[in-house]
Design a protein around this ligand. Sequence first.
Ligand SMILES: *[C@@H]1O[C@H](CO)[C@@H](O)[C@H](O)[C@H]1NC(C)=O
Ligand SMILES: *[C@@H]1O[C@H](CO)[C@@H](O)[C@H](O)[C@H]1NC(C)=O
Ligand SMILES: *[C@@H]1O[C@H](CO)[C@@H](O)[C@H](O)[C@H]1NC(C)=O
Ligand SMILES: *[C@@H]1O[C@H](CO)[C@@H](O)[C@H](O)[C@H]1NC(C)=O
Ligand SMILES: *[C@@H]1O[C@H](CO)[C@@H](O)[C@H](O)[C@H]1NC(C)=O
Ligand SMILES: *[C@@H]1O[C@H](CO)[C@@H](O)[C@H](O)[C@H]1NC(C)=O
Ligand SMILES: *[C@@H]1O[C@H](CO)[C@@H](O)[C@H](O)[C@H]1NC(C)=O
Ligand SMILES: *[C@@H]1O[C@H](CO)[C@@H](O)[C@H](O)[C@H]1NC(C)=O
Ligand SMILES: *[C@@H]1O[C@H](CO)[C@@H](O)[C@H](O)[C@H]1NC(C)=O
Ligand SMILES: *[C@@H]1O[C@H](CO)[C@@H](O)[C@H](O)[C@H]1NC(C)=O
Ligand SMILES: *[C@@H]1O[C@H](CO)[C@@H](O)[C@H](O)[C@H]1NC(C)=O
Ligand SMILES: *[C@@H]1O[C@H](CO)[C@@H](O)[C@H](O)[C@H]1NC(C)=O
Length: 417
Amino acid sequence: MTIGGSTHFSVFLLVAIIFLCSSSKTLNATCYASEKQALMDFKKDLKDPYGRLSSWIHDVDCCKWDGVVCSNRSGRVIQLHLQSPAREIDVVGDEVLADPKSPLSGKISHSLQNLTHLHYLDLSLNNFSGIPIPSFIGSLRSLRYLNLSGAGFQGMVPYQLGNLSSLRTLSVRREVWQPPTLRADNWQWLAGLFNLEHLDMSGVNLRLASNWLELINTIPSLVEIHLSSCQLDLISHHIGRDTFVFHANFSSLTVLDLSGNFLGPVVPRWIFGLTALASLDLSGNLFEGPLPRGSWNLTSLQHLDLSLNYLNGSLPNELVHLNNLISLNLRENDFDGFLEGIWNWSSLTSLDLSENNFATFLPSQLSTLTALISLDLHGNHFRGSIPRSIANISNLQYLDLSNNNLSSSLPSEVFTS
Ligand SMILES: *[C@@H]1O[C@H](CO)[C@@H](O)[C@H](O)[C@H]1NC(C)=O
Ligand SMILES: *[C@@H]1O[C@H](CO)[C@@H](O)[C@H](O)[C@H]1NC(C)=O
Ligand SMILES: *[C@@H]1O[C@H](CO)[C@@H](O)[C@H](O)[C@H]1NC(C)=O
Ligand SMILES: *[C@@H]1O[C@H](CO)[C@@H](O)[C@H](O)[C@H]1NC(C)=O
Ligand SMILES: *[C@@H]1O[C@H](CO)[C@@H](O)[C@H](O)[C@H]1NC(C)=O
Ligand SMILES: *[C@@H]1O[C@H](CO)[C@@H](O)[C@H](O)[C@H]1NC(C)=O
Ligand SMILES: *[C@@H]1O[C@H](CO)[C@@H](O)[C@H](O)[C@H]1NC(C)=O
Ligand SMILES: *[C@@H]1O[C@H](CO)[C@@H](O)[C@H](O)[C@H]1NC(C)=O
Ligand SMILES: *[C@@H]1O[C@H](CO)[C@@H](O)[C@H](O)[C@H]1NC(C)=O
Ligand SMILES: *[C@@H]1O[C@H](CO)[C@@H](O)[C@H](O)[C@H]1NC(C)=O
Ligand SMILES: *[C@@H]1O[C@H](CO)[C@@H](O)[C@H](O)[C@H]1NC(C)=O
Ligand SMILES: *[C@@H]1O[C@H](CO)[C@@H](O)[C@H](O)[C@H]1NC(C)=O
C-alpha cells in the first residue's frame, strides 16, 4: 500500500516537474541563434530612417524585438508585423487613403528564407519602390498570411507565390495614391493557393490574365475577392452577348469587389446566385441595359454598389425586396420608371439614386425607410411636392434633392427633427 502510494507520488512529482519545465518554456521562449542572425541580415539590407527596428539589438532576445512574434512552444519566429504605421488622411467613398508614416525601404534579404516556420508576414505600406516582389517569398511554405499591399513593389507578381499552398490571405493591393506598377500576365499560379480565403489584388494589372474568372473559380474556399481596377473584362467569357454559362463555385463568398474594371455589357447572372454575399461592388464598369429579372438569391446582401454604369429601365422587384440592405448606390446610371411596390429596406441607412432619369413623384414610402441616415436623389427629374412624411425619417443627416423638378420646399418638420 505505502510502496504503491509513494510510487504514485513520485509519478506525480515527475509529471509535475515535466509540466513545470514545459510551461516555463511555454512562457519564455528565446529565439534561435540562426533565426536571430537571419533577422539581423534582413535588417542590414533595409533602410530604416525612422528607427522602427531600433529594438532589434544583438544582445536582446529576438523574440522580444518589435514586430517579431515567436511560437511560445517552439521558440521559432512565426510572425513578422512590419507594416508601416499609417495615418488616415482622407476617406473617399468607402476608400480610406492611408499615408504611411515611417516606411522602411531598401532591399529584402534572402535571409528571410531561414525563418522556416514563418506563417505571418506583413510588409504593407513600406516603400520598396523600384524593386520587384522577391520570388523567394514563394519558398516560405508555412505562410498563411502575406500582406504586401501599398508597399510600392514593381513588375510582375512572381509565379512562385503559387507554391504557398497554406496561404489563407494574400493582399497585394495598390493604394490609390501609388502608380500602377504591378502586374500579373499569366495568373495561372493562383490555382496553387487552394486554401485561400481572402484575395486582394486591387490595382494590379491583370489585363492579360484573360482566364481570371475560371481561375478564381478553382478556389472554392474564397470568402473575400477584391479585384478593383485590375483592367478585367469578360470578353473571353462571353459566348455571344447574352449567353453566360458559368457556374460559380465560391459559395462562401461574402465580399466581391470588381469595381473600376471593363466588365459588361451584361451583368452576369451567376452573381445573383451568390447566397452568402454581403457586399457587392460593381461600380465603374461598362454594364448597360436593365438589371436581370428572375430569381435573385442574394438574401444576405447588405451593401450594393452599381454606380457609374449605363444601367437603365426600372428597379426590379428583386432589388426592392432585398431585406437586409444597408447601403444602396445606383448613382450615375440611366434608371427610370416608378419607385413603386413595397420597399422592404428597413435596415437601409444610405440610399443614393442621384444622376439618373427618375421622373416620377417622390414616393410616400420614403418614410418607411426609418433607418436612413443619408438620402441623395439629386440630378433626376423627380416632380411634384416633397412628401411631408420625409420628416418622419428621424435619423436623417444628409439629404440632397437638388436639380430636380420639385415644386414644394422641405416640410418645416425636417428642420426640427
Ligand atoms: C520569464 O519572464 C518573466 C518576465 O519576462 C520572468 O519574470 C520570469 O522569471 C521568466 N521565467 C523564466 C523561467 O525564465
Ligand atoms: C505567448 O504567450 C503569451 C503569454 O502567455 C501570450 O500573450 C501570447 O499571445 C502567446 N503568443 C502566441 C503566439 O501564442
Ligand atoms: C541560413 O542559415 C544557415 C545556417 O545558419 C546559413 O548557413 C545560411 O547562410 C543562412 N541563409 C541565409 C539566406 O541567410
Ligand atoms: C493589408 O495591409 C493593409 C495596410 O496595412 C491593411 O489596410 C489591410 O487591411 C491588410 N489586409 C488584410 C487582408 O489584412
Ligand atoms: C519612396 O522612395 C522613393 C525613392 O526610393 C522616393 O522617391 C519616394 O518619394 C518614396 N515614397 C514615399 C511614399 O515615401
Ligand atoms: C514549387 O516548389 C517545388 C518543389 O520545391 C519546385 O519544384 C517548384 O519549382 C516550385 N514552383 C514554383 C512556382 O515556385
Ligand atoms: C467547381 O468545384 C468542383 C468541386 O469543388 C470542381 O470539381 C470543379 O472543377 C470546379 N469548377 C471549376 C470551373 O473549377
Ligand atoms: C436561385 O435559387 C433557385 C433555387 O435554388 C435556383 O433555381 C435559381 O437558379 C437561383 N438563381 C440564381 C441566379 O442562381
Ligand atoms: C437601355 O440600354 C440598352 C443598352 O444600352 C439600349 O439598347 C436601350 O435602348 C436602353 N433603353 C432605354 C429605354 O433607354
Ligand atoms: C420583408 O422582409 C421581411 C423580413 O425582414 C420578410 O419576412 C418579408 O417577406 C419581406 N417582404 C417582401 C415583400 O419581400
Ligand atoms: C418640370 O415640370 C414642368 C411642369 O410639369 C415640365 O413642363 C418640365 O418639362 C419639367 N422639367 C424637367 C427638367 O423635367
Ligand atoms: C409620422 O409618424 C407619426 C407617428 O408614427 C404618425 O402619426 C404620422 O402620421 C407620421 N407622419 C407622416 C407625415 O407620415
